[in-house]
Design a protein around this ligand. Structure first.
Ligand code: ZN
Ligand code: FE
Ligand code: FE
Ligand code: ZN
Length: 266
């Protein structure tokens, strides 16, 4: 069984292709499930340049996912997902929005530290203007809170802060352990996200060091390409499967209506 639970589409304005294009690519490469998980709408047009608005969610995204579920039901299982954002102050809005829908799963992502969109290439210079260890500490503080808020099922790209190649100078082992214990207590899964291999860091999220901690804590793993173009669906899943074998007991998590189950990866 092989699935891709992290895909985008044209609605977020920084990805190519329709939802159907992503599904067709998933069928072509033989995936058993594909999760549609475009960037969630947020209140007050927050970060509106890189996401659909609420109207598009109700009028395009949601109906399209359900129509395509039906259309492709003999070929592949299409899951109704979403990539949510953890941003302090928006939790109540997000909670209400999520409760109005029967998602199969919701990814929890940290893309902002305060006003700084730290994974946006436009603002990469800000890494040089701060103490990198403090950036990492602040980042993992956010990951912890994104787990504690209990809004999401899966922590996506959980070491995204490394994206442009900035590494901490301090040993982060203890901080990581503490962070992922909170993730474990929140009953969440963590995603192996292959998009890091296509970024300056040239490494999947998370690193093997973190994968070893996840394995020790018995945190379940999911699989996602974070495709922003249809051809990237399932990209580098050969490597990801090796990590699932090594750090996840050979098992991946599936989600249906926000209930987790496990299957053997193959
Ligand atoms: Zn995106
Ligand atoms: Fe993301
Ligand atoms: Fe994404
Ligand atoms: Zn993402």
């Amino acid at each position: 069984m092989l699935v891709d639970y992290h895909t985008h589409n044209y609605l977020c304005k920084h990805a190519d292709g329709t939802i159907e294009d992503y599904i067709q690519h998933a069928v072509a490469i033989g995936l058993h499930e594909i999760g549609i998980s475009d960037h969630s709408p947020m209140p007050d047009h927050w970060d509106g340049e890189v996401r659909m608005n609420e109207e598009q969610f109700w009028n395009e995204y949601k109906p399209a996912v359900f129509a395509l579920q039906e259309k492709y039901k003999d070929n592949i299982k299409v899951k109704f997902g979403l990539e949510g954002d953890f941003f302090p102050g928006t939790e109540q809005w997000v909670k209400e929005f999520l409760s109005k829908n029967e998602f199969d799963y919701v990814l929890g992502s940290v893309h902002y530290l305060g006003e700084w969109g730290f994974d946006n290439p436009i603002f990469v210079h800000r890494y040089e203007e701060q103490d990198i260890d403090s950036v990492y500490e602040l980042y993992y503080e956010h990951i912890k809170k994104s787990a504690q808020c209990r809004l999401f099922d899966i922590i996506s790209h959980c070491d995204l802060v490394k994206k442009f190649g900035h590494r901490p100078t301090k040993n982060m082992e203890e901080l990581l352990r503490e962070t992922f214990k909170v993730v474990k207590d929140s009953n969440m899964a963590v995603e192996i996200n292959t998009s890091g291999l296509r970024k300056p860091i040239k490494e999947q999220y998370p690193s093997e060091k973190i994968l070893a901690i996840l394995s020790e804590l018995k945190i379940p793993l999911t699989l996602g390409s974070d495709a922003h173009t249809p051809e990237d669906v399932g990209r580098d899943f050969g490597l990801a499967k090796e990590f699932i074998e090594k750090y996840g007991n050979g098992r991946i998590s599936l989600f249906t209506k926000r209930q987790r189950s496990e299957v053997k990866v193959s």
